[in-house]
Design a binder for this molecule. Structure first.
Ligand code: CU
Length: 485
């Protein structure tokens, strides 16, 4: 099957889409107030700012102190790491027995309540991801205040999506100094060479892995049907990409080791800032969130346990903090691309939506290390005279390849990337660049990826995909291709 303009019929008539306007109007019309609180919120700073650098020095000292605390201390480094996930070479029960023995104790009980509780990397409700990590980081920050004796401490954020090339995907230098008298504790060896050499971690990745515009433009917090919501888009998108591009399978790149790296916390501070920014830009958290009444236990200051429902973490200001800067609303041009997943689901967002699925693959495909070709079959009724490229006279028209149900079964350290391009196209189109799609790094997660053709092309019958892995871990993924405009 070939999709191509049928010149005998002349160019297709494609009405201008009004969807973009509708999508833009909704979030911007909300006009959320600035962070307001009866008491002045503590401010989390960009790690690259003067205030952020000051906080990193306090942080580095606290990390050293926490590492020196015993494994049985809820304010210790190992404990905080284990609240996220226990060392992958052993198990929670084995570690509890090793550290506490079998005699009952308050700390032993608290370990049982708090360890291995990270959300949502083990099949839990995907919506738990943002509030659970907000609370996890918030209690950690309180512990750092106590350990450091600095009541004014706030956890800096690593602004890896900054448009500043010196910051975009580049670790803060304080994390790269293994022999520095102040910052040595922020270094970990279990990172990729790009990360620990201070180079952009996305350097050899196709496309723009630091682009969060699609996620930030999400209209809903929750995933509805096959339309991914903001929480999942962040979790399986930029969040996972940072993990696997920074860390090896014994570090940030693997859930059981991720929180051992001090970088984890400034990464999640930035993830939390994305959520706060999305809310400020008009994104609404669920109001009927029965899932969010689930309570979790965290270690707090003085080694005590604290129980919190997830929906108590729906606003940063209510927890007493703010950020020194926020991510501005996504420009309307980005919404062109982000609206495509709605199309992929078969849902028509508005009556004015003129987009149409033109072709789809009959079945999913298993991705391997080499290219896998998928045949695109034109749908009955799809216009033959499809304009599937950039037309200077009609800049609003675009063609998309939508990869649905991208699903990775591999271990989380797998760095998975699919690249797409017309495989059987004439030579002059063979190198047509497409934006890269990154499959979630987390196991058993499913996502939708959208790639937009950025050059003219007129004919495509096959899409070629492959995956790349940071290591040799086995991985499978299935993908379905749908062409739309
Ligand atoms: Cu994480």
């Amino acid at each position: 099957m070939k999709l191509h303009p049928d010149n005998r019929n002349g160019p297709a008539s494609i009405d201008r889409r009004n969807l973009i306007k509708a999508l833009v109007a909704a979030p911007l019309a909300c006009g959320l107030p600035m962070v307001a609180s009866a008491s002045t919120p503590l401010v989390r700073y960009d790690a690259a700012s003067a205030a952020g650098r000051e906080m990193l020095a306090i942080y580095a000292d606290a990390v050293t102190r926490m590492q020196a605390l015993g494994d049985n201390n809820p304010m210790g480094w190992l404990w905080q790491w284990y609240e996220h996930f226990v060392d992958g070479t052993t198990s929670k029960s084995a570690e509890i027995t090793r550290i506490f023995g079998s005699a009952p104790s308050a700390a032993r009980t608290l370990a049982g309540q708090t360890w291995d509780t990270c959300q949502s990397h083990s099949g839990q409700n995907a919506n738990n991801f943002l509030p659970w990590h907000r609370l996890f980081v918030w209690y950690f920050e309180r512990i750092v205040r106590q350990v450091s004796g600095r009541a004014d401490f706030t956890l800096p954020y690593w602004d890896y999506t900054s448009s500043d090339p010196a910051k975009r995907g580049v670790l803060p230098p304080q994390f790269l100094m293994p022999t520095d008298p102040v910052f040595h504790s922020l270094y970990r060896p279990e990172r990729t060479s790009l990360a620990n050499n201070g180079l952009p971690i996305q350097k050899y990745q196709p496309g723009d892995p630091m682009d969060i515009s699609a996620a930030m433009a999400k209209a809903n917090y929750s995933t509805i049907g096959s339309v991914q919501g903001f929480c999942r888009a962040i979790d399986s998108g930029i969040h996972g990409r940072i993990h696997v591009l920074v860390g090896t399978s014994k570090g940030m790149g693997s859930v059981p080791y991720a929180a051992r790296d001090p970088l984890f916390w400034v990464h999640h501070s930035n993830i939390d800032r994305m959520w706060t920014s999305w809310n400020r830009n008009g994104g609404q958290n669920p109001t009927t969130a029965t899932w969010a009444t689930k309570a979790f236990v965290f270690a707090d200051t003085n080694g005590s346990g604290a129980t919190r429902k997830l929906n108590s973490a729906f606003s940063a200001s209510s927890l007493g903090y703010a950020y020194d800067s926020y991510i501005p609303p996504t420009s309307s041009s980005y919404l062109t691309a982000t609206s495509a997943p709605a199309l992929a689901s078969g849902l028509s967002t508005t009556a004015a939506d003129r987009r149409q699925t033109l072709a789809r693959a009959a079945a999913g495909a298993t991705l391997g290390a080499g290219p896998v070709s998928v045949q695109l079959a034109r749908l009955a009724g799809a216009p033959r005279a499809a304009v599937l490229g950039l037309d200077p006279a009609h800049p609003q028209r675009h063609a998309y390849l939508v990869l649905k149900d991208l699903h990775a079964w591999g271990q989380p350290e797998c760095c998975t990337t699919s690249t797409c391009g017309p495989a059987m196209a004439p030579a002059r189109w063979a190198k047509t660049p497409m934006s890269a799609t990154s499959i979630s790094s987390m196991p058993n997660s499913t996502t939708t990826a959208v790639a937009r053709w950025t050059k003219h092309w007129a004919r495509i019958s096959t899409v070629s995909m492959s995956r790349r892995s940071c290591d040799a871990s086995p991985m499978r993924a299935a993908a379905r291709a749908t062409a739309c405009w």
